[in-house]
Ligand binder design. Sequence first.
Ligand code: 4AD
Ligand code: MG
Length: 452
Amino acid sequence: MKTRIKNILQAKPVGQHVSVAGWVRTKRDTGSFSFIEVNDGSCLANLQIIGDEKLENYESEIKQLSTGTSVMVEGVLQESPAKGQDVELHATRFRVIGKADPETYPLQKKRHSFEFLRELSHLRPRTNALGAVARVRSRLSYAVHKFFQEREFVQVHTPIITTSDCEGAGEMFQVTTGLEKTKAEHFFGRSAGLTVSGQLQAEVYALALGDVYTFGPTFRAENSNTSRHLSEFWMLEPEMAFCDLQGNMEIAEEMLKYLLSDAMTNCPEDMLLFDKFIEKGLLKKLQGIVDKEFAHITYTEAVERLKKAKKKFEYPIDWGRDLQSEHERYLSEDVFQCPITVTDYPASIKPFYMRVNDDNKTVAAMDILVPGIGEIVGGSQREERYDVLESRMIEAGIDLADYSWYMDLRRYGSVPHSGFGLGFERLVQFVTGMANIREAIAFPRTPGSAPC
Ligand code: 4AD
Ligand code: MG
């Protein structure tokens, strides 16, 4: 049975016989023995292995080891005299499993740019930085479930294939067999697409189970080639019955702080790597966010602030226009220097399901904007009044017949309810300090790019 290197480095069972399996990072020969650094992906650190000429394959294989080769090693753990490590493994059996030709293996010892590594999405998790992102992402995903399960939320698996365009932005990828000629021949009897959000279906379950969440892949066919957009991304969407906008904002803030804290507590080495090499001061920034209340501001106040700003923006800002990323970042980076929750956006720029405020001009929406990224969370209280919802849908040009199930929730036992969506890659990007969202997901899909 192999032991994970992370456990070995934590427990340091000196004197014990252990076996490890991983990939060679570097090798250095000195006289009759070699130092081999092996990484098995369980943690950032490598385990140093000492192989000497007593091993039967020392000359034939060990001395020829090159970066990227996979190996299985048995040996005895000993205290290490070297600086920077406590233990090392003295090999008693050293098996080469799969060779990696040094002439062609693309991950050499030097640092590679993230752009270069994107071309190698099948090999990049073997680098320190992308390996660390994968571990932090996994931990954050676990922490999402932990947070909501500890609060008695029920997870709902909402569908990937759907016939409703939740955001109404016309950004749905169509699902077809490619053979359909008429509507009657559609596989599902009507046109269907990949979900842009699980919210509408999450609402169904919130209005039966109270507090629910859905967490899964979502798809947007928008042609945005930016450092914050993906065509396929993961979204976490809690939905809460008997909950107004205030309650929604509170749980979103509590959740974000919980997730940042959890990553710092449970992935300390990976987080230090990001702090040192990706974004200097990252840990201090994240801790500052955990310790402080988010700022709160209405959309109308935000527009006033932006109009008074000395900074020149590329996009004009006026009441009724949507905030652009540059505006969002100015507010969170320059004005407040912390996350801010912006509420009560104009009804005209938000989807049909958001609850109309008493002024009849704005809706009970909330976006959370964070420094460096802009919008990380988007949510709202939902319109629970049948008549108001119906007229909003007609205004938006939605075919009511397609949404009779959604309207039924307002016909039978309607309740005030709220929820939000957290862009999971934007969270991973924020927590790791990565400049581009393409480093926050294993296999990024963007317009013109879906390599494997
Ligand atoms: O603001 P959005 O579009 O909201 C919704 O979809 C709601 N139905 C959520 C809800 O209330 N249940 O998307 C939510 C979040 C954004 O704040 C952003 O973080 C992320 O999803 N997001 C994207 N992330 C990566 N690439 C994209 N193309 C994204 N579009 C949205
Ligand atoms: Mg949004």
